[in-house]
Design a protein around this ligand. Structure first.
Ligand code: IPE
Ligand code: IPE
Ligand code: MG
Length: 236
């Protein structure tokens, strides 16, 4: 399908729940671990493509607080991937002016992952293009609980707490999500950015993440362009 890009509305903040790596691998007689490797390779490519389409903020949900319940070999493999991802991503992100931030708790991430995370953030801190927010050991409820703790510790006056003030205590200062994409056909949030997705448009392509390519993202933008975002207002 030919797309007239000049007619598309480009969301400021796109969130992606990276899902279906395991099923993608199973369909091919591969291991779940190989599915995660394929997902990682695709993530590098699609992140740069999304930035090239003019998206300013991209949140990628790559590991939930609940994912620690998975088998030890799978968790271990993912942690090893996260520990080396900077080696691949830093040169590409520097070349493309991409800034990296992370959302999520430290505990119980292994030291090597925390170090890799810090390296990516430090290396790309002065980049001014798209911000890629990796949600790793991330939970939407955990983020809200952590914000409440910070508010209490800061001694805020309860009467001064507004939604804007609350926003300042979230993990990152990002605008609300405009378009939330979850690959693999699952129709749920699984604890992804509960606060920031309040008025997001949801899009659920059937394709599993390692097969979510440029044309699939374009399709998501075509769909997003057709949505009527009312934010509670009555239609004129
Ligand atoms: C997404 O793929 C990656 C992570 C959650 C880390 P899954 O591993 O959830 O793949 P499926 O859903 O089992 O196919
Ligand atoms: C959500 O996917 C978490 C990430 C993509 C990081 P899951 O595959 O863990 O979610 P459920 O278990 O299907 O809800
Ligand atoms: Mg899954």
């Amino acid at each position: 399908m030919d797309i007239d890009y000049s007619k598309l509305k480009i969301p400021t903040h796109v969130g992606i729940i990276v899902d279906g790596n395991g099923r993608w691998a199973k369909e091919r007689g591969l291991t779940r671990l190989q599915g995660h490797d394929a997902g990682f390779e695709n993530m590098r490519k699609i992140a740069l493509y999304i930035q090239s389409r003019g998206v300013k903020y991209l949140s990628l949900y790559i590991f939930s607080t609940e994912n620690f319940k998975r088998a030890a070999d799978e968790v271990g493999h993912l942690m090893s991937l996260f520990a080396v991802m900077g080696k691949r991503l830093i040169p590409e992100f520097m070349e493309n002016n991409v800034k990296v931030v992370f959302s999520g708790r430290d505990d119980p991430l292994p030291e090597k992952v925390i170090k890799a995370r810090e390296e990516m953030v430090a290396a790309t801190a002065n980049n001014t293009g798209c911000v890629v927010n990796f949600c790793m050991n991330y939970g939407g409820r955990a983020e809200i609980v952590d914000a409440v703790k910070k508010i209490i510790r800061a001694g805020e006056d309860p009467d001064s707490i507004t939604e804007e003030v609350f926003h300042n205590y979230l993990y990152q200062d990002l605008p609300d999500v405009d378009l939330m994409i979850r690959t693999s056909g699952e129709l749920r949030l699984s604890n992804f950015m509960l606060w920031q997705n309040s008025y997001a448009e949801f899009y659920f392509p059937k394709v599993k993440f390692p097969d979510f390519h440029e044309a699939d993202f374009d399709q998501a933008i075509v769909e997003y362009t057709s949505r009527d975002r009312r934010f509670g207002n009555a239609k004129a």
